[in-house]
Write a protein of this length. Structure first.
Length: 164
């Protein structure tokens, strides 16, 4: 299933920058492994697919880098794709294709390897219920610092409906 999200918060004549990402949906005892930042937002772990890398390899790498957890081989199942358009960081338009996967992790974890901006945002892994994560994302004041919360809340809402 593909969901399209267009925030229309950009200059329609601006250059379009396309990115691809892989994101993990990992649950345990009605809580989900998510990333939180100093802004109070919540998102699923994952990130950009590097040139020449496939989605699953990117998923495994990004989850390990952001959380320290290792994805269990063979546990990955594709769930949903969200294609979003929003204002980029340099006056451009970011078109992000995020593929979300259900997967499981080993419960021993290793050191994280955060990027500079992830360190700046003070990324931390947390196990949290979807309702709480959704509620916190709804009240984010500086959406420009966390523009992904709209996308993440679409996925969270879909997961909540599936569990009703």
């Amino acid at each position: 299933m593909i969901i399209r999200l267009d925030l229309k918060d950009y200059d329609f004549d601006a250059k379009i920058i396309k990115r691809e990402a892989a994101r993990a949906i990992i649950s345990k005892d009605n809580e989900y492994l998510m990333i939180t930042s100093k802004y109070g937002d919540y998102k699923f772990p994952g990130g950009g697919v590097k040139n020449g890398e496939d989605y699953i390899d990117a998923l495994v790498r990004e989850v390990k880098e952001e959380t320290g957890y290792q994805i269990i081989p063979g546990s990955v199942n594709e769930y949903i794709t969200v294609i979003e358009r929003r204002k980029g960081t340099k006056g451009d338009v970011l078109e992000m294709e995020s593929r979300y996967y259900f997967c499981q992790v080993e419960y021993e974890f290793d050191d994280k390897n955060l990027d500079d901006y992830e360190e700046e945002y003070e990324y931390k892994e947390i196990w949290i219920g979807l309702i709480k994560a959704y509620g916190n994302n709804k009240i984010i004041k500086d959406i420009n610092k966390c523009p992904w919360v709209t996308r993440e809340n679409i996925v969270i809402k879909k997961l909540l409906k599936a569990t009703e």
